[in-house]
Design a protein. Structure first.
Length: 157
């Protein structure tokens, strides 16, 4: 009895796993169906979903880009002590986020009201209308909209 169970578990460990696609991707069409309610009633469940998806995208992009950039810079530098590493990883500054923004290719700069950002993206979704490509992802559309409406100025790059 033990041998078949061990064999099955061993085979499962050998199967390739792609963590980046482990979560079902939200399509632009699905996001549009939520965001069409945002202009009428941004406090509705669909309006909130729209705004929180966009806020989550931005938060994730900023933190990920900053963290990746910091890690690459540090790796290229010197060997650091444990204390140095703790300070670097626990206390990221706003300057680090600005440096990372050039890689994301959008810069929100000083705090921008979420409503302003969401309105731009909702307008872009509405401009696409019913002709949104079937395979266009919500994250792809949000990213392109942010690049279009919030490009980095030359001094921010």
């Amino acid at each position: 009895m033990k041998l078949p169970v061990i064999s099955i578990i061993s085979i499962l460990f050998l199967l390739p796993v792609n963590n980046a696609t482990a979560v079902e991707v939200l399509s632009a069409k699905e996001l549009a169906s939520h965001c069409e309610h945002y202009a009428k009633d941004n406090a509705s469940l669909d309006g909130e979903f729209c705004a929180r998806y966009i806020q989550g995208f931005i938060d994730g992009a900023v933190v990920t880009d900053a963290r990746v950039m910091i890690n690459v810079e540090e790796e290229m530098k010197r060997k650091e002590s444990f204390r140095d590493r703790v300070m670097r990883t626990r206390v990221p500054s706003r300057v680090e986020y600005r440096r990372a923004a050039r890689y994301a290719e959008f810069c929100l700069g000083d705090p921008v009201p979420l409503k302003e950002v969401v309105t731009h993206i909702v307008n872009d979704l509405e401009a696409q209308g019913k002709d949104i490509e079937q395979n266009l992802t919500a994250r792809g559309l949000v990213y392109e909209s942010l690049r279009k409406h919030y490009p980095c100025k030359p001094e921010e790059k």
